[in-house]
Design a protein around this ligand. Structure first.
Ligand code: PRT
Ligand code: MG
Length: 212
């Protein structure tokens, strides 16, 4: 039996075609089912539904053998105990620095001002600004980062952007790209050895489906 950890929403939806390619069909819809362990058409595969940021933890401890998580989540988690063999190129977006319209970010950086940055992505933000030599105070939030500069909590935010509509709706502009983000297949290192016969074919099928 292998256990696959997924989050509902965009990751579940964008993983479906990959599961299809492997002949795996989830028998319940996580958006409507209250179950957290979902059966599939294959007796040897089950899916567990967890928070996106919890996927690496379940896989790290072997409670799930494999999982799918955004690179943002994986960087913040640290990746301990995880094998990351494949970029699935799903749930793509960009990690950006954004500021209120009219805030002169380049000038603030040049003048050596200390910046207050609100973000859920403390590790990514810390590393980014350290590499630029910019002094920052990082303020940890768990969501709705876009609000922070509007009410004076921070000068800027570090957040994921896909369409850009959320920034626009809040009069924010992206001023710097930190990195591209997509979701990765993650595998528990012990499971990879012990369940190679089940996991290796999955990696190959996913890889073919991604590069098709
Ligand atoms: O929602 P929850 O708190 O449970 O967890 P989560 O937000 O981590 O999960 P989920 O399902 O929303 O995101 C899962 C993964 O999708 C993330 O870890 C990213 O790798 C990836 N992804 C891709 C995104 C986005 N695109 C994205 N646009 N994750 C979040 N967003 C948010 C962003 O934070 C911002 O608030 O969407 C908003 C911006 O979207 P646009 O289209 O208006 O630019
Ligand atoms: Mg979300």
């Amino acid at each position: 039996m292998i256990t696959l950890a997924l989050s509902k929403g965009r990751i579940f939806e964008e993983t479906k075609p990959l599961l299809d390619a492997a002949g795996i069909v989830c028998l319940e819809d996580p958006e409507t089912s209250r179950k957290l362990i979902l059966p599939t058409n294959r007796e040897d595969v089950r899916i567990i539904i967890v928070r996106a940021s919890d996927v690496p933890t379940y896989v790290q401890y072997g409670a799930a053998d494999i999982g799918i998580a955004g690179k943002d989540v994986l960087i913040e988690h640290g990746g301990t105990g995880l094998y990351q063999p494949l970029d699935l190129k799903i749930a793509k977006c960009r990690m950006m620095v954004a500021v209120p319209e009219g805030f002169d970010y380049d000038n603030a950086v040049k003048s050596g001002a200390r910046l207050r940055i609100a973000t859920k992505y403390i590790s990514i933000a810390r590393e980014h600004f350290a590499a630029k030599g910019v002094h920052v105070d990082l303020i940890k939030l768990y969501g709705s980062m876009e609000l922070a500069p509007l009410v004076g909590l921070s000068d800027a935010i570090v957040d994921l952007v896909s369409s850009g509509n959320t920034l626009k709706a809040n009069n924010l502009v992206a001023v710097e790209e930190i990195r591209m983000i997509s979701s990765r297949l993650v595998i528990n290192q012990a499971a990879l050895k012990l369940k190679r016969d089940l996991i290796q074919p999955l990696i190959e099928t996913f890889s073919d489906a991604v590069n098709r």
